[in-house]
Structures are given as C-alpha cells and as structure tokens.
Design a binder for this molecule. Structure first.
Ligand code: ADP
Ligand code: MG
Length: 673
C-alpha cells in the first residue's frame, strides 16, 4: 500500500486491513433501481439512465455545462457549474449514461445539478446492493474506499464469530460476519431509511460488541492493576477510634457502610481502586479522613489531593481541626506557600516524620517524595487527568502501588457509571447527614434584582450570610473578571451597612484564602464569587445563595452551587436569576433544578438534555471513545455487555483478546490510574 493511501486511511483510524470492516457507512444511496424520466419527481433522489441528446457550455447567468438526456419516456436537464474537459468529453451526444442525484423542478422541466455520472452500455447490470457512503477524508475517494472494504469483506471468514451462541440468541443479534456484510452491502429491499436510523439488528450487534470491548478493556485494566502489590494496612482502630470518639456527630448509616468497604480494601495486599460517589454535603471528607488514619495507624503515609487551592485548603483546615487535638500532624502542600515553608514540609514528608498531607497538584510535583505512601485520595477526581492520577501513584516506593480512593460529588446515572467507571469499584454515599434543612429554590427574572438584594440584606441582618455568584462568561476570562468586579462594586454600593468580599480565579492565593477565612469566620456577610466556590466550600451559617444568569450554568454546576447552602439548621434558599429570552435547553435546565434536589435525578435529567457525549469528565476519563454505541439509546445493552465481559475474562481470556484486538488493534490507549 502506498504511503499516501496509508496516511489517508490513518486519518480515518484505519491502520490494519481488519479495521476496514469496522469502518461502517454513514448512510446509503439506492442505485439498484432506475426511475423512468417521466416518473422523476422534484425533491427526491433518483437514478436515471438515458442517452445524451445535446450538451453545451452556456455563459449565462454564469458559465456552466448543460446537457439534455432522454430515455424512452422523456427529457431531463443536467447542469454542472464546475466541470473539467473530461466531463464535457463524457457527455458527447449519443453516449448512454447513468445519473444519480437530487431532482429539482427547473424552468425547462426537471433537472439535476451536479449529479453523479458514469457511462454504461445498454446491458450493464444495476448494483445488487445499496451503495454505502463512508466517512472519508480529502484525497480519498468513496470509490477507492469501497474497493478496499469490499476486498476485506470478500476475505472475511465465518470463524470471526466470537460471541457465545447463547448470548447472540438471547439478545437476538446476528453473527458478526452477517452484520458487517449486511451493513456494507445491504440488499435493496431493506431500504435506505431502515438502515439509516440504525435500529436494525445488524447495527445493534455492532453496538453491543463495541460496548463489550469497552468493558473488556476497562476490566482488563482493572485486573492488571489488581495484580500489583500494595501495603497491607490493618484496621487497628487506635487513631480512627479516637477521631470517631471526638467527632461532634455520629456517622450516617451510609458513611459507616462505606468506611467499612474502604477499610476492608486497605487490608488487602493489592491496591484498592475505589470511587466514592456522594452528593454534595453527603460527608465524604470524614470518610477520607478515616481511611487516611487507617494508613497512619500502620505507619504509612496518606495524601488528599484536591483540584483547587480553595478546596484543598478547606480540606486541610477541616482535617487539621479534627486531627490536631489528637496530636496528629497534617502537612499543607500548595503552590502558594513560601519556599521555606514548602521545603520544611517536603523534608518532613521525605523523612517520613509526617504521615498525612493535603494539597493541590503541588503534591505531584517533582520534589515531593512520599517514600511510605500507602493511600492516595483524590477529591473531585474528574477534574484531574489520567496523567495526574498516574503521577500520584508513582510517588510511592518502587514496586509498591498505593491504594487509591477517588471521590466525586458529580452524581452519574447508573448506566453511565457502569461504562465510565467500569475499571473501578464504586461506593455510594446515598444518605445525607441528619438535620439538613431542604433548600428552597426560587426562579426570578433579573428585572427583580432589587428585591433579591433586599432579601440578601434581610438574611444578613438576621445574622446569616449569603453567596452571590457572578455570571459565567465562558468566552472571556477578562470579561468574567470585569463582571465580577462590577457586581462586587454594585453590591457594596447597595448594601453599605454590610461587609462584602470578593473571590475570583485570578486573585492571589493568599488573598483568596484570607477572604474565604473571613467569610467562614462570619466577618464578611456577603461573598461575591465566580464559580471558584463551586466545590467544597463549607460555611454552615450561609443560608442564601444568589446565582446570576443561572441560565448560563450547567445542571451539575447549579446543583453543586446550591449545595453550598442548607448546611446549617437555618432555612436556606437559592435564588436563580435569569434573563430573557431563555433558550429551550436553558428553560429545561432551570425547570429541572427548580423541581429536584436529588443529585442523581438531576444527573439523569442532565444526561437526557445534553446527551452523554458532553457529560462531565467523559472526555478526559481515558475511557475508549465509542464510535457507534450510544450510552443513552443503548442503555439496555450495557448490563449484558458488562456481564459477558466478566464471563469472558474469567473463562475465555483468549477470546477477550481477539475481540479487543479486532476493535482496538492492540492500542488500548492510556490505562487509567
Ligand atoms: P461533601 O461530601 O460534599 O464533601 P463534606 O464532607 O464537606 O461533604 O460534609 C458536609 C458537612 O457535613 C461538613 O460540615 C461535615 O462536617 C458534616 N458532616 C459529615 N458527616 C456528618 C454526619 N454524619 N452528621 C452530621 N454532620 C456531618
Ligand atoms: Mg467535599
């Protein structure tokens, strides 16, 4: 194969002959039938066959080639606005041609503009199958692609069937060979429409197999990591017990269950790979703290990494408040600390004198050395990339893999979780701590801004605090900052008797942390913020949240923001300011957030409105992307794919390898940390 052809094919993800089989058509054209010219109707696609009557280059209204054809039933005009001399030669009067294209009603009767054309002799048979139209790339013609794929199809043997007959039968799927043959060369009676909406069994077979391969590759990665060695950390209970005794609250049932699941994992000699899912406010931090203490009890180090400075600092303050009274040191690692402080902290970690650390990605930077790392906790894990999680894992001593606990407050619908997290064990915190007052949600048009400001004044006079979230301006950070500053100035002017603070992404970390601390201590009444407060801020006395231009935010974001209030005993409210006109989607989103408080329900609705393609983190999760299957419409295939993947890996790993090979060609992509 020429290198140019290989380069073109590479652009389409085709590297091996076998890849051609899975390069499936986008759509089809029906060239199996001829329409007599008299029966051609404007608006549809048609194929006609006739003889050229005359052909000329016309100069008006612009230069174009116009040919007239006739069969025994009538005349049809064909027009080309761009043409080569070779086309003009082909259209010599008397030549027999087949034309395929869209028919329009023209001034001189029906015509086709830029139809596909080729010469035929009177006895040339029509194609027996629908014509596939493939995704292609500039420089690679459909006809060339068709020829290559056709050759591969001819060579296809029926032993290419790898799914167990029982599964194929139960799901009513055709065999692999049958499916690809049908999709590449569909018999005309099937009809173009029937295949194009992709409901056909043959498509289902392909989509099932793709989902199966996704599961296989993720589960295989899971098993490979499970084969590594991790420190055994017994549940001794000295430190965890002391913390539990000192806590002002008792763990919820869900927390107890999850703490148990994690504690069991940590005692195994292979690394935990667990995701802790829990809605905002479900109390993930204490669960992480208890796991970290189990590591410390065994003389191992544990770190907690969070994606933002504010979030990491909140975690640090919380852990420190819990653990300092027990005489346990927590090291704070962030880019904002002075060089001296950082070096002192590094030394304590390197020497193993300090066992616990909290920080941002500063934790995975080069000088950090964690020789006794036994557990790494990653909060808001979807905000980190694969590489960052790998880097964290590599901080442990050579040959040892630390236990990993990923945490996420972004609830994900079950079917999506089964694919996104197929290579993790999942724990669920599905219960909120008691004593939370439900947050009242209000929608208000921004014409009523003054009333909302009055509401803020009222709440703060009653001893409460409020958040005011600035509009999201995705296109421009500069504009975002300007708006934040203006919002702040306006609120300072409108509320002269109150203390108002401002945090945004560009603030110096020290200043940011000073403002946050003042707000947490109750010295500021109102905190004006960009979405930096989106995750993890915990100020129970704040009972009012105002979100400006709420229609610009995603559902997950709105849910997270709203979760910042309702953390204390006071009645809390969230006011969503919006401005007209609202788009269809924005209206749908606001309706969902107004009517629901359960994060999982909101996530399900989010999936419905947006589709899974854009779902949080899906892109950078390292999960192989799906070409044909759709996590929403094929939701019913996911559970069977998962079950079969487990079965094949356990009983027929060589078949698993063949399937992965067929779809991913040995390039399985980056394994997830
Ligand atoms: P998230 O899951 O969103 O990270 P946090 O860990 O920040 O939630 O917990 C939210 C708040 O609830 C914190 O103030 C925390 O101390 C408190 N909390 C956690 N567990 C309980 C519990 N079992 N009972 C009462 N309060 C709790
Ligand atoms: Mg949290």
């Amino acid at each position: 194969m020429g290198s140019r052809l290989a380069a073109h094919l590479g652009k389409l993800g085709i590297y091996r002959p076998a890849d051609l089989l899975l390069h499936l058509p986008l759509r089809y054209e029906d060239e199996t039938r001829l329409t007599p010219i008299a029966r051609v109707r404007p608006g549809g696609l048609a194929q006609i066959e006739g003889e050229v009557v005359d052909c000329e280059v016309v100069q008006r209204p612009r230069r174009q080639l116009v040919a007239r054809l006739s069969d025994t039933t009538g005349f049809l005009v064909a027009r080309w606005l761009n043409f080569y001399p070779s086309l003009q030669k082909l259209l010599a009067p008397g030549t027999r041609l087949r034309l395929y294209g869209e028919v329009r009603g023209g001034f001189f009767g029906d015509e086709m503009v830029h139809p596909r054309v080729h010469a035929v002799s009177a006895d040339d048979a029509l194609p027996a199958a629908l014509t596939p139209v493939y995704p292609t790339t500039a420089g690679l013609a459909q006809s060339a692609l068709r020829k290559l794929i056709g050759r591969e199809l001819d060579a296809l043997r029926d032993h290419a069937e790898w799914l167990p007959a029982s599964v194929v039968e139960q799901l009513d799927l055709p065999g692999f060979g049958e499916a690809v043959r049908l999709l590449h060369r569909p018999p005309p009676e099937l009809g173009v429409a029937c295949l194009e909406d992709r409901d056909h069994r043959a498509w289902r077979r392909i989509r099932f197999e793709e989902l199966l391969v996704q599961q296989l590759s993720l589960r295989r990665a899971y098993n490979a990591r499970r084969a590594r060695t991790a420190p055994v950390m017994r549940a001794r209970g000295q430190l965890t017990g002391a913390l539990l005794d000192a806590l002002p609250f008792a763990l919820t049932g869900a927390q107890q269950r999850v703490v148990g699941e994690i504690s069991r994992d940590l005692q195994a000699a292979h690394p935990m790979q667990r995701l802790l899912q829990g809605d905002v406010g479900s109390g993930k931090t204490i669960v992480a703290a208890l796991a970290m203490l189990q590591a410390a009890e065994n003389g191992y180090q544990a770190v907690l990494m969070a994606p933002t400075e504010i979030l990491a600092e909140q975690h640090f303050l919380k852990l420190d408040a819990w653990l300092a009274p027990l005489g346990i040191e927590v090291v704070w690692m962030s880019g904002s600390r002075s060089k001296r402080q950082r070096e002192a902290a590094l030394a304590r970690l390197r020497e193993g004198e300090a066992l616990l650390a909290v920080g941002t990605h500063a934790l995975i930077e080069d000088p950090v050395n964690l020789p006794r790392l036994g557990l790494a906790v990653v909060d808001e894990q979807h905000r980190f990339g694969v590489r960052q999680r790998l880097a964290l894992r590599d901080k442990a001593a050579a040959g040892v893999s630390p236990h990993m606990l990923m945490m996420s407050a972004t609830p994900i619908p079950r079917t999506l979780a089964m694919t996104l997290y197929a290579d993790l064990d999942v724990s669920m915190l599905d219960e909120l701590p008691p004593g939370r007052t439900p947050v009242l949600t209000r929608l208000a048009s921004d014409a009523r801004r003054d009333e909302v400001v009055a509401r803020v004044r009222e709440a703060c006079r009653a001893g409460r605090q409020a958040y005011w979230v600035c509009p999201l301006i995705e296109e421009s950070e500069a504009l975002q900052l300007k708006t934040a500053q203006e919002t702040f100035d306006a609120l300072v002017a409108a509320l002269p008797e109150l203390h108002v603070g401002l945090v945004h992404g560009r603030l110096k970390p020290a200043l940011k942390s000073e403002t946050m601390t003042a707000f947490a201590a109750g010295e500021l009444h109102v905190l004006v913020a960009t979405t930096v407060i989106e995750v993890g801020v915990d100020v129970p006395n704040a009972s009012l949240m105002v979100i400006e231009h709420a229609e610009r935010f995603g559902l997950a974001q709105l849910h997270q923001l709203r979760g910042r209030v309702g953390r204390g005993s006071a009645a809390s409210a969230c006011i969503l300011l919006y401005s007209q006109p609202l788009s269809e989607t924005a209206r749908a989103r606001l309706k969902v957030i107004y009517g629901n408080t359960d994060g999982f329900v909101i996530a399900q609705e989010d999936l419905r409105i947006r589709g899974p393609g854009e779902f949080v983190g899906a892109r950078q999760s390292g999960v192989p992307l799906l070409r044909y299957a759709d996590l929403q419409t094929d939701a019913d295939l996911i559970a069977p794919a998962r079950a079969l993947a487990e079965q094949l890996l356990a009983t027929a790993p060589e078949i698993a390898t063949c399937l992965i090979e067929r779809w991913l060609g040995g390039c399985e992509g980056l394994l997830r940390a």
